[in-house]
Design a protein around this ligand. Sequence first.
Ligand SMILES: O=C(O)CCC(=O)C(=O)O
Ligand SMILES: [Fe+2]
Length: 551
Amino acid sequence: MQSDFPRSEPDIMAYDYYDASPSDTQTESPTYDYHAEYEYDRNSIPGPPPARPDDIFFAPDDHPAGKPLLMELLKSLQSSNRRANFACGGSVTVASTDAADDSSSSPRSTPPVVVRWDDKTQTSPSRSGEGPTVFKAVFTQDEADVRMVEKLVLDCQPATFGRGQEDVLDETYRKAGKLEPSQFSTNFCPYDTGIVDAITAMLMTDSLDGEVMLGVRAQLYKLNVYSGPEGKFKSHVDTPRGEKQFGSLVVCLPFQHSGGVLEVRHDGKVAEFDWSTNSSHSGDIQWAAFYSDCEHEVMSVTQGHRVTLTYNLYYKSVNRSWPAVPLPIDGTKTPFYQTMRNIMQLPVFLKEGGLLGIYCSHSYPHAHPTEYVKVPFMLKGGDAAIYRSLMAIPGLSVRLLPILGKDIDRGFQMKIRRDETPAGKPWRDGSFKHLRDKMFGQVQGPESNKESRWQWYEPVISHIDLAGVQLQPWKECIDICVNSASEVEEMFQRSWPLQRLRDVQWLNEPESSELSLDYIAHGNDASMEYVYTSLAFIISVPPHEERTKSL
Ligand SMILES: O=C(O)CCC(=O)C(=O)O
Ligand SMILES: [Fe+2]
């Protein structure tokens, strides 16, 4: 037997860690040296570091100028204050050829922007039957291209804006041209260029009442032109279209102009976006996005044309009660679906009905305080395919549940054993498990190293699985001390409600786990207990007679 603590080895770890010799560390040092002090008196707990009156972190009260800034820094980090990011922006390089590819490691680039638009003099199809004339402008510096952009500008209609319920044209307030999305088309895509990803990273919030946030969608709204000498849009707030609209995106196409700075204001702060050709990014496509409730203004364009594409930004979200991945996936087109349907026809497969269990193969934040609600919607790869396939089979009911590892509190295991043994089914030898192990080899799941330690409980524990009653966030029960197995169970029911699943036929083993609960247990000593869970599909298979009716 190998002993737990090999005695022949010297205490190398400690020696390595404190490698400075005492004589080195006793030299006077002007700065605080944690290691040196610790080495000097290894047994003492280091006291507070010496005061540094020249530093706002060490003596905040001594620095009337620095303290408010430090407070602001802390405030801007608070999640409730994340809206301090009220606007964001950037630029995308235009590649000179169509060969802009995604394989290089350089920032994303895009081919020159092309806009095609309808001939505004043709309101109905031409008499010759050739269809309407379409013009084409390419946003490059070439003279011929520049002339076509100038034609595009001339073909725009005057832009209106909303005042109260009305759409008004008032050039003292807004002087701009516009084309509706139905009147033009473009090869520019805010998704391809990574702009939508950037906005998702910067502006998406975690929560919307009862909704699970999945991402951001940008919908083309207008092509606008603000031309010199007095194109402008005075201070205003955009009218949101629909309750899921949270912001606006403005994309400025590369064309020569001066002025036209976009100013976005929120809570006393201003973000400025200067896309004029005097600015440093003049050849690029430049963009800005901001929340709908921000006041903003386009300053006067003094010269040239400021051509923009505007997009409404919507949250992609689903109601929390949705059962499945809201993606246009057909679950009946997977091999798993076919096999599952075939096996369900067999009377020898769970004739009386029962539970099947499949652990997810990717890890998800299924115990995260806020992210856990998103998990059914963020399933990846095989997990998403399996979920969709299961949902497509009539008669099956599928739940996504956190399953506890078998190494839970020993006292609690004994209680389960007591509760389950008299009425519980006799222990079977797990021959299916052997078949599974033979096929996949010995899977190194998080439980495997615990098996020998808890062998004594194995017979009963093996046919009972403990699962959360639903997906639920991690709970820290730091103020709860439990002494007995009954108290453990009670604590679970209060903090992290639990259910016993009987005879789950597991098709695989867990590959990852997340901390779901911790608490203090009192045995001979108090100890911290950590409960880990793995995410799994629990599939309820109806009895053969019943299921064959719906298959
Ligand atoms: O062009 C811009 O920068 C902003 C335009 C704008 O405010 C709008 O279209 O509502
Ligand atoms: Fe606006």
